[in-house]
Design a protein around this ligand. Structure first.
Ligand code: SF4
Length: 105
């Protein structure tokens, strides 16, 4: 079971987790970071350093956040958004994340 980044990262993107990850499996979208479940080795190094408490072991996700397992995975495999587009498209975030309301400053 990989670790998963959830909505508390959206529009914050602290990025401390990226520096902690020993296998470089956390990439940036436009509004949040995503963990590649195929590369995550479940070391847990990212979870305690996130100031937003946005990172969970997939099997420990609170039920309302369960959709983030697929959101993280889809980011790496979808061909209509994310890195798998190879820059061919400018849509960066998972559609479910892109749709989230932005905080009013
Ligand atoms: Fe990277 Fe470890 Fe976090 Fe997986 S659990 S994303 S390998 S730091």
């Amino acid at each position: 079971m990989p670790y998963v980044i959830t909505d508390a990262c959206v529009d914050i993107m602290d990025r401390t987790c990226v520096d902690q990850c020993p296998v470089d499996c956390i990439q940036e979208g436009e509004r949040m970071l995503y963990i590649n479940p195929d590369d995550c080795i479940d070391c847990g190094a990212c979870e305690p350093v996130c100031p937003q408490n946005a990172i969970y072991l997939a099997e420990s996700l609170p039920a309302p956040l369960s959709g983030y397992v697929a959101i993280n995975a889809d980011f790496y495999t979808a061909t209509d958004f994310g890195p798998a587009t190879g820059g061919r498209l400018t849509v960066v975030d998972h559609p479910a994340v892109a749709r989230l309301p932005r905080a009013v400053a």
